[in-house]
Write a protein that binds this ligand. Structure first.
Ligand code: 6GU
Length: 323
């Protein structure tokens, strides 16, 4: 799967070099490319925002800059010859502050430890091809969006995700849907958001979803994208060591659907006088499964009463109902 991320803070994505996602990138399962939005700004201050029409607090991200950035990343000019190598985190813009106008006009250095790409002039970045071998093998669902069918080396279009607290809720179900896509583009807004015409414009060409990770407000979409990339990435074939752990996930479809996971234990059997529940040491798989379901239901009732209330009564047996 190819992931492009456009942000004014590429250094937020350094964690994608480590752990499961980092390994998946090393293996080539995931091709992550982080782009500095300011590379497509056109004034000496590399301005990306301006005051909102209609008044009000804060700043709004400018449509022209986003348009140039997205066009370059998706290869709107259909430049043949394939995309640049992945694995780099571009940029090291340390600017904070809400004016957005203090950036140096010189190109930024790559993050320490990342692969340094050849310098690329703003607006000529990564064309929209998916290299052979970076795409899931044939047989992968072509996705539910507007993207063209994937064949190795054939240009396709990404599905675009815009993180915003006003978006549709992110969920395990949406993570599973997005994990089927060959190419995702995350457009990280800051300030009060991105000029809405950008989403309108690309909705005509790409599948565009505004997505929220929960009912609270973050300073920008970057952390939300990290959350989504981790949730999606761990679902890709071969990313998790044990495929069963995906099946057993809280919220995963199946017999434990809509239940959160119960408690887990490991050795030693007694720690500070606290014993591991005997059933887990019994070797009786049926009893273990029953116990796990009971504990999942108890924990769902306690921690997620709204989920418990919405459980389908037809899917609860007599034993469940007593809990
Ligand atoms: Cl996706 N973005 C921002 N800025 N805040 C959020 C969010 C996203 N999801 C919840 N809060």
């Amino acid at each position: 799967m190819r992931l492009d991320i456009i942000s004014i803070f590429p250094e937020y994505f350094a964690p994608l070099d480590v752990s499961l996602i980092g390994k998946a990138r090393e293996r080539g399962t995931l091709d992550v490319r982080v782009h500095q939005l300011r590379d497509w700004a056109y004034d000496v201050h590399r301005t990306v925002d301006d005051t909102p029409y209609g008044g009000g607090p804060g700043m709004v991200m400018k449509p022209e800059v986003w348009g140039e950035a997205i066009d370059a990343v998706i290869g709107a000019s259909a430049v043949p010859g394939g995309a640049r190598g992945g694995g780099h985190v571009q940029g090291s813009d340390e600017d904070e502050g809400r004016d957005g106008g203090e950036a140096r006009a010189t190109p930024q250095a790559s993050a320490p430890g990342s692969v340094v790409p050849p310098p690329v002039a703003p607006g000529t970045d990564a064309p929209g091809t998916v290299e052979p071998g970076t795409v899931e093998p044939a047989g992968v669902e072509p996705g539910t969006g507007a993207s063209a069918t994937v064949a190795s080396g054939t240009p396709v279009l990404p599905r675009m995700i815009v993180p915003t607290p006003s978006g549709r809720p992110f969920s395990q179900e949406l993570a599973q849907e997005l994990a089927q896509e060959p190419w995702l583009l995350f457009a990280c807004g800051r300030y009060e958001g991105i000029d809405s015409r950008v989403m309108e414009e690309y909705s005509g060409r790409l599948r565009v979803d505004e997505v929220s990770i929960g009912d609270y407000v973050l300073a920008g979409g970057e952390v939300a994208v990290l959350v989504m990339v981790e949730a999606i990435g761990r679902l890709l074939p071969g990313v998790l060591g044990n495929a069963q752990s995906v099946v057993d996930d809280s919220f995963a479809p199946g017999s434990m659907e809509n239940l959160v996971e119960g408690p887990v234990y490991t050795k030693p059997p007694v720690w500070r006088g606290r014993e591991v529940p005997a059933v887990l040491l019994s070797g009786h798989h049926g009893n273990v499964a029953r116990w796990r379901r009971d504990e999942a239901i108890r924990r769902t009732v306690r921690n997620r009463p709204e989920l418990a209330a919405a459980l389908d009564p037809a899917k609860l047996d007599k034993h469940d109902r007593k809990l």
